[in-house]
Design a protein around this ligand. Structure first.
Ligand code: BGC
Ligand code: BGC
Length: 842
């Protein structure tokens, strides 16, 4: 017995020093392409050479006693308990009872999950759930060790899942500030607010170095410049976790951080989310690897592996980068968590099975809805030796070391810890002040013919569709995953851009009239027109070009009209990235980029509105965190370089009109049917009962299927904005077909919905809805009541997969089958998460 425990302790010391397990885990693929590196040496694609990477020193966050304690715990754990520690489940799909039964190491709330099935649950519910998970984890009535659970959340710009929390500018805006000291204060506030509701871990900061701003996550990165990103990381990690070698974090106002997504999430080809960074190892190291140095030296507790690939090989299975470079060469001594079912994308893996990830160096699976299967499979693979026991123990030691460092074993129930339940801290005035300061400092002035600053007693018109919309100014990852469909009343205590302007002028005797379309009764002294992007997250924000979606450019016309009436126009752009907006730059007298400022819209007015004499109260200090494009095409020239930004002391120079190009087709390619019209490369069809009979709907009205189906135009929002299908009898289907099969696998994985906006003149009975490809079809029952107006229905893509569709190759992602008479209209079909009504999966 004595001999045994000594051995374990000795092994633990070894584990804390370096990776004990170093067996070649990724089966070497002899067919892998061989590439030449800079020195002319031949290396294997996707396999890193650790010796060319910098080495760092991780701070000492453990002690001999702690290591001995870890070893003792591991010695007492059953294999089942060990596997449980390596699994993280999402709140969507796990109960406290599960946590107890499977000894799960962690839970998370993904973008659309909250406690008790409620993503918008009030703060006390989060704390209550935290207590329940904690109690379940330490319950040893079944004879287990009882290791306290850690709860991770995407507090990526403040505690951004919680109603009432302070929402900071997204990272791209922080990049414009060039102020690491302020970044540290932002992180401190974020940590405090997280602690109020009982979580201990944030999946932040994102340290991506975006190189292509067509990427839907570009705004989560601080800058395209590795040096600027690297200069923020230490501050962010310290603000969240405390000093580099901090211990017992929960005794102070701290949480653990996670730098993500390792590695080169911002380097994928064409900016495709979860895509491939087809770049040299030097670029990988110098651009995307740069932020990990300060992260490690500041003792970041966790690293999240990227969904993406390097040279065709998925990060989640890349042993050379996860273990040889990150852990061994760069000395990272925390644990590595994988991303949302990302293991399923590793070659040879599925969402339900991936020993490759663990052997490559992943220490914890983020297996939101698949945790039970991955648990069972990992257990089996540990039992049969596919995953060496030394690796299981090493991963457990890494997780336990972080839990020890947090002080999780001593902290007691979440509700009993420092700051817990101090709900007044959520959105506290002193926290909002920090956010407002960061809004002020992140604004970038691109043009000013002298109209700014505005006088405090002016009569202003505040126009544009983004002026009074806090969700819009907050962007994705705000309350919900996509940040869409949230009204201002879900942001108690927050200030819209308009409200900030209104309060600034009202104090000095001026007025601010809110008028989204720019109409007015009394001619204003000047107009502020707020326009720009609407919220998105992850791949839903990927675009083919750097153009602002056409449907979002309507405010240009408002600006033109105002100008024509002799009213000076200040354009304010809400955006997650630099985009081609030359028309707006040409029209407006001044142009300000606010990025995604978050809950404290007052920061805009602080800078735009001076005193009564028109003297500035605050000057612009923001500088572009990435170059601003001259055309919608990526790589087609720079209009304003990295670092550009005007201020009030720089004299206004004469404006040279910019060339304008047509962007009529710019937009979200996941919008397949818009105003009744299919997008380019899509066809709207009426099909018969399998005989191959079909009518392609182009001109209207038309009789399809030998007159059984009458298709007419119907009005919705605009004249003829919808298609009405009046079916007299028989079996028929309305389908959308694409020429090339499309791959909706990642959308399916992420709980995205198929949205269709429909009106039913008669109840729709005996109908089916599905998605089909050449090889397979998944179809489910559908019935809809009669409606008076159009309703945006959503059905989880998962339903189709569960029912047999191969979501990687769909030719008809929308099939609506009817049997017998029916009468319905369709206006829009697309992917998204903003359904008015989610349909059950039958
Ligand atoms: C994202 C991560 C996030 C995780 C949990 C993933 O899809 O890539 O950044 O932390 O989900 O919500
Ligand atoms: C979750 C996010 C997650 C995403 C994965 C969503 O359903 O809510 O947290 O990041 O899927 O792509």
């Amino acid at each position: 017995m004595r001999f045994y425990s000594l051995t374990i302790a000795a092994a633990a010391m070894l584990l804390s020093g370096c990776s004990a397990y170093s067996m070649g885990a990724e089966p070497t693929n002899s067919a892998a392409p061989v590439v030449a590196d800079a020195a002319g040496e031949h290396t294997q694609a996707g396999v890193a050479n650790p010796s060319i990477w910098p080495s760092y020193t991780y701070p000492v966050v453990t002690s001999d006693e702690t290591e001995a304690r870890i070893a003792q715990i591991i010695a007492r754990m059953t294999l089942e308990e060990k596997i449980g520690q390596l699994v993280q489940a999402d709140l969507c799909c796990v109960t406290a009872q599960d946590v107890k039964e499977y000894n799960l190491g962690s839970v998370l709330n993904g973008g659309n999950s909250g406690p008790y099935g409620n993503d918008t649950a009030p703060a006390p519910q989060w704390l209550k759930a935290a207590d329940e998970f904690y109690d379940a984890s330490v319950d040893i009535s079944d004879g287990g060790v009882g290791i306290p659970i850690v709860w991770g959340t995407d507090a990526v710009h403040g505690h951004s899942n919680i109603i009432g929390a302070t929402i900071f500018p997204h990272n791209i805006g922080l990049g414009a500030m060039r102020d690491a000291e302020l970044v540290e204060r932002i992180a401190q506030v974020t940590a405090k607010e997280i602690r109020v509701t009982g979580q201990e871990w944030t999946f932040a900061p994102t340290v991506a170095v975006p190189q292509d701003f067509r990427w839907g996550r570009a705004y989560e990165g601080y800058s395209s410049d590795p040096e600027l990103v690297a200069s923020y990381v230490g501050a962010m990690v310290r603000g969240l976790q405390g000093a580099p070698n901090s211990q017992n974090l929960l005794a102070g106002p701290y949480v653990i951080a996670s730098t993500k997504h390792y590695l080169a999430d911002g380097g994928t080809k064409d900016g495709i989310d979860q895509g491939d960074a087809d770049i040299s190892e030097e670029e990988l190291r110098d651009i995307h690897g740069a932020p990990y140095g300060p992260a490690i030296e500041n003792g970041v507790a966790t690293v999240m592996a990227s969904f993406s690939s390097w040279q065709g090989k998925k990060m989640t299975g890349n042993r050379s980068l996860l273990t040889d470079v990150l852990k061994d060469r760069m000395d990272f001594k925390g644990f590595v968590v994988s991303d949302w079912n990302a293991h399923g994308q590793v070659k040879g893996c599925t969402n339900e099975s991936c020993p490759q990830a663990i052997t490559a160096g992943i220490d914890m699976f983020m297996a939101p809805d698949t945790w039970k299967a991955i648990y069972a499979d990992t257990l089996a693979k540990a039992k049969d030796g596919t995953i060496p026991m030394a690796r299981i123990d090493e991963a457990n030691a890494a997780v336990l070391r972080v839990k020890m460092r947090l002080g999780l074993f001593e902290a007691g129930r979440p509700s009993e810890r420092l700051l817990s339940g101090d709900y007044d801290l959520l959105g506290a005035p002193e926290h909002r002040a920090v956010a407002r300061e960061s809004v002020r400092k992140s604004l970038v002035l691109l043009k000013n013919s002298g109209v700014l600053p505005l006088k405090a007693d002016a009569n202003l018109l505040v126009a544009g569709d983004g002026a009074n919309d806090i969700a819009r100014q907050s962007g994705g990852w705000t309350i919900s995953w996509q940040g869409t469909g949230i009204e201002n009343d879900s942001f108690p205590g927050a200030t819209s851009l308009y409200a900030g302007i209104e309060s600034a002028v009202a104090q000095a005797g001026g007025t601010a009239q809110l008028s989204p379309d720019g109409s007015f009764t009394k001619k204003p002294d000047a107009a502020i027109v707020v326009f720009g992007e609407t919220p998105y997250a992850e791949f839903q924000g990927d675009r083919a070009t750097l153009a602002l979606d056409t449907e979002l450019t309507a405010p240009y016309e408002t600006m033109r009209k105002l100008k024509a009436q002799g009213i000076p126009v200040v354009a304010v752009m809400i955006t997650g990235r630099p985009l081609y907006v030359n028309p707006a730059l040409n029209i407006a007298d001044a142009f300000v980029v606010t990025w995604l400022p978050g809950s404290e819209g007052g920061g805009l007015a602080d800078v735009l509105i001076g005193d009564q004499a028109g003297k500035a109260r605050y000057d612009f200090t923001g500088q572009l965190p990435a170059a601003w494009p001259n055309t919608p095409e990526m790589g087609d020239g720079v209009l304003f370089p990295f670092g550009y930004g005007l201020n009030y002391t720089a004299p206004a120079s004469a404006w040279q009109p910019l060339a304008e190009v047509d962007t009529a087709n710019a937009g979200d390619s996941r919008n397949w049917l818009k105003a009744g019209v299919p997008a380019s490369s899509w066809s709207l069809l009426v099909e018969g009962d399998g005989s191959g009979e079909e009518t392609r709907i182009t001109t209207l009205p038309v009789n399809a299927l030998s007159g059984r189906v009458r298709v007419t135009a119907s009005d919705y929002i605009v004249q003829e904005g919808a298609r009405r299908f009046t079916i007299s009898s028989g079996q028929s289907a309305v389908t959308l077909r694409n020429f090339e099969p499309i791959d909706l696998d990642r959308e399916t994985n992420a709980d995205v919905l198929l949205l269709f906006t429909a009106k039913t003149w008669t109840p729709l009975k005996n109908a089916k809805i599905g998605a089909s490809g050449n090889a397979s079809e998944g179809i489910v029952d559908l019935s809809l009541p009669k409606t008076d107006d159009y309703v945006r229905y959503g059905i989880p893509l998962k339903c189709f997969r569960t029912n047999g569709a191969d979501m990687t190759a769909l030719t008809k992602p929308f099939v609506l089958e009817t049997n017998g008479p029916a009468d319905f209209g369709l206006t829009e079909i697309r992917l998204g998460s903003d359904a008015e009504q989610i349909l059950p999966c039958q």
